[in-house]
Ligand binder design. Structure first.
Ligand SMILES: [Fe+2]
Length: 510
């Protein structure tokens, strides 16, 4: 017998009798899988949520973190209480670990043991490092299967960066849904919990959570389409009074369920309808990853649709001069100030993980009369200008913005002025289409791209992701496209490849 087999055999025998006993009862307690996130040089967060009938109000859950896949060498273990008031979720936080290496973890509760997950510690802040990572967003359940997740898992990333729209709050509206969604329009804590549980039942999504640590930000659909800070998006066209009255409670319920289902630390647990998700993660001497929140603190969209009091619209600048009001912000004043001071000037790369397309996208000829979508950065152009000008002024190295939300792949040059063709390129942007949510018509993009020459690539035909490889000299981006989004076993291939070289802002075709 090999040493490893012998040790794991001995480990199994060493389990308390009740564990072996109850395993035979076979009530699956880990049917939502497990997850890890927020990797630091000395630890990370390990997540699960207990399921099944007859859960007591408070259940001890053992966790183990091992050096190896066979769990022959345990590095840390502990017990967390899974409780009714937080949906029996577990947020374990091992510390004191060695930096920059993989770890394996698993949970045991009520006689059931979870599968094993793989995670990582971030490299030591002073260490040379490389990073393989994926960006993903927008995984509307009823619109497709998750072949894009299978492709991400197969790439064996060090880190997965999720950019929002993890769930959609809608009832089943789709014509010709790929699979049913239950529960109607989600507005309550129980409703959000059920919606997360439904998404988390997907085996390809579970595998993606089990293969690497995640960092994540939310967008609007984790609460409600088009919401802006304290104002709901008003899907059903409520009066403003009704929206304002109910929305705080709805946002609090949504944020609570979001925290319960994601590998955030206990310290991030929301208080009322506030949860801080912006912050940063350092990956050795290689990169700082800024995580932004452009929903919780934004000013409401200007110039909503006729007959509506709130929400997004596509408007010409002539009809909506408020688009250029410098008092409005997408991030809120505090987050804008924080970001302006938080760039890493001694690392070659500054990655910005945020929700939506940052580059200007005018749907009509901007030399005649520009037309903008008010929910994205174009609805808050002075806020974008402040961010990019501050970064340019401080000569922030390797600025790369990562986005989602718009359900199309975009690759673009970031500029401090899109009106002046001589304005220098200050960074690169990659927008990562959607895991499964349907995209806009390609004909619209084909008409708009020539009007926006800083957009080097725009493709709404495919669901997918972007896979990146980063070292001190080069960022390689592989735009991944799902062939048949209605099928979980669809092939996934590269639609295009770009690179960014350190010291030379902006993307180039590979
Ligand atoms: Fe979306």
């Amino acid at each position: 017998m090999k040493r490893r087999d012998w040790l794991s055999g001995a480990g199994a025998l060493a389990l308390p009798a009740w564990v072996r006993h109850a395993s035979a009862a076979d009530t699956p307690r880990f049917s939502l899988g497990l997850a890890s996130g927020q990797p630091r040089p000395d630890g990370m967060v390990l997540w699960t949520r207990l399921t099944g009938p007859g859960l007591p109000d408070s259940v001890p859950v053992q966790w183990e973190l091992a050096h190896d896949e066979g769990f022959t060498q345990i590095a840390a273990r502990g017990v967390e209480l899974a409780q009714t008031e937080t949906a029996h979720s577990v947020h374990a936080e091992p510390g004191g670990l060695a930096a920059g290496r993989p770890w394996w973890y698993r949970f045991t509760a009520l006689g059931d043991r979870s599968r094993a997950g793989r995670t990582r510690t971030a490299p030591d802040p002073g260490a040379e490092a490389t990073l393989r990572f994926a960006i993903a967003s927008c995984q509307r359940w009823e619109y497709g299967h998750y072949a894009a997740w299978r492709d991400i898992t197969a790439s064996e990333p060090d880190l997965i960066v999720f950019l929002g729209d993890y769930i959609y709050e809608y009832p089943l509206l789709a014509n010709d849904p790929v699979r049913p969604i239950s529960g109607g329009l989600v507005t309550t804590l129980d409703g959000y919990r059920d919606r997360y549980a439904q998404y988390r039942a997907d085996p390809l999504l579970q595998a993606a959570h089990a293969c690497a640590p995640w960092v994540m930000v939310w967008d609007d659909h984790e609460v409600e389409n088009d919401y802006a800070a304290g104002v709901g998006g008003g899907l059903l066209g409520h009066s403003l009074g009704a929206l304002l009255g109910d929305f705080g409670r709805r946002r609090a319920a949504a944020y609570q369920a979001y925290w319960e289902h994601m590998p955030f630390p206990k310290s991030a647990r929301p208080t009322g309808d506030a949860m801080r998700i912006y912050g940063h993660l350092d990956w050795g001497r290689l990169a700082r990853i800024q995580l932004l929140d452009n929903r919780q603190y934004r000013d409401p969209q200007v110039c909503p649709r006729p007959g509506r009091l709130v929400g997004s619209h596509t408007v010409s600048l002539k009809d909506c001069p408020a688009l250029l009001d410098p008092r409005r912000s997408l991030l809120g004043a505090a987050q804008e100030r924080w970001l302006a001071q938080n760039w890493s000037l001694d690392r070659p790369w500054n990655l910005v993980a945020q929700q939506t397309l940052m580059s200007r996208l005018s749907w009509t000829d901007p030399a005649q009369e520009p037309t903008y979508w008010t929910d994205g950065w174009d609805g808050y152009a002075p806020s974008r200008q402040r961010l990019l000008s501050a970064a340019a002024q401080r000569q922030v190295p390797g600025l790369v913005v990562l986005g989602g939300d718009v359900h199309a792949h975009y690759v673009s040059e970031l500029k401090t002025s899109y009106d002046d063709p001589r304005s220098p390129v200050v960074g690169a942007e990659f927008c990562g289409t959607s895991i499964s949510s349907r995209g806009p018509a390609q004909s619209r993009l084909d008409a708009a791209l020539p009007l926006n020459p800083h957009l080097l690539y725009g493709n709404a035909r495919h669901r997918g992701s972007v896979l990146f490889r980063l070292d001190a000299r080069t960022l390689q981006a592989d735009l991944r496209a799902v062939d048949r989004p209605r099928e979980a076993d669809s092939a996934v291939r590269s639609a295009a490849r770009f690179v960014v070289e350190a010291g030379r802002p902006g993307p180039q075709r590979a």
